[in-house]
Design a protein around this ligand. Structure first.
Ligand code: URA
Length: 230
């Protein structure tokens, strides 16, 4: 939101006062004095007028975790270990998961407290590919790729899945790229052919690749460059 709008939304300043505050350079965003009414205030920006803090700003945090099998993609669970239990970070109640994985699915899991950023990563509209390595019980035939590219009807949601790309790697293994994350989507796509998924591993979400140096259960903070890619 623009700083002039942010300030005039507060009951204490009218538009004329906001103009003056900016001209007199009494407004700071993240420690920088601003006089441009178009300067942007974000969810995590610190906003001060003179020495009074109007929005404290919390540091945005972004992590990638190599999810191991046998843990729940939830912030809390009465029975099982959750992915947040694997993070040695403070204020974990602030964090959420950008694109959950099933209990036994492994691979790239992104955890953040920045809602706008995680929506860009996961929303089907942004069409960022989520890439999975899949192993199945039965043979994967050439027909699968054609069907997945066309889209599959999911009766429960009453929708047709967006075109997905399947690359065969072996008789029972493949790489699948999808742009949405419907409930159990990959398993349901293979389920259309009565083919059970035995192993599922997420390798990539858009430009974010699972770091090969992370063993299952390990995590690291995303770099500023990785954050800026989304
Ligand atoms: N699709 C699934 O079926 N399971 C996952 O964990 C992720 C995608």
């Amino acid at each position: 939101m623009r700083i002039d709008r942010f300030l005039s939304n507060l009951p204490r300043f009218n538009r004329q006062q906001v103009r003056l505050l900016l001209v007199e350079r009494r407004v700071r965003i993240d420690g920088q004095a601003v006089n441009d009414p178009h300067a942007q205030v974000r969810e995590f920006s610190r906003v001060e007028v003179d020495d009074e803090v109007l929005q404290a700003g919390r540091p945005a945090r972004y992590f990638m975790l190599h999810k191991p099998p046998g843990c729940v993609s939830a912030t809390r669970d009465a029975q099982h270990r959750t992915v947040l239990d694997l993070l040695g970070e403070p204020d974990k109640e602030d964090l959420h998961i950008a694109g959950r994985l099933d209990f036994n699915t492994t691979g790239l899991l992104v955890i953040t407290n920045d809602g706008a950023w995680s929506r860009r990563l996961t929303q089907p509209q942004t069409k960022l590919p989520k890439v999975y390595y899949v192993e199945t019980e039965q043979l994967i035939t050439a027909e699968y790729a054609v069907t997945f590219a066309r889209g599959l009807y999911f009766a429960f949601e009453d929708l047709t899945t967006q075109p997905a790309e399947l690359t065969l790697l072996g008789p029972r293994s493949a790489r699948l790229s999808i742009v949405e994350g419907r409930y159990h989507q990959v398993k349901r796509m293979f389920g259309h052919f009565d083919n059970k998924v035995l192993r599922l591993h997420r390798e990539r979400m858009g430009p974010l690749l699972l770091d090969a140096s992370l063993a299952p259960g390990q995590y690291r903070a995303l770099s500023p460059e990785e954050i800026a890619l989304i």
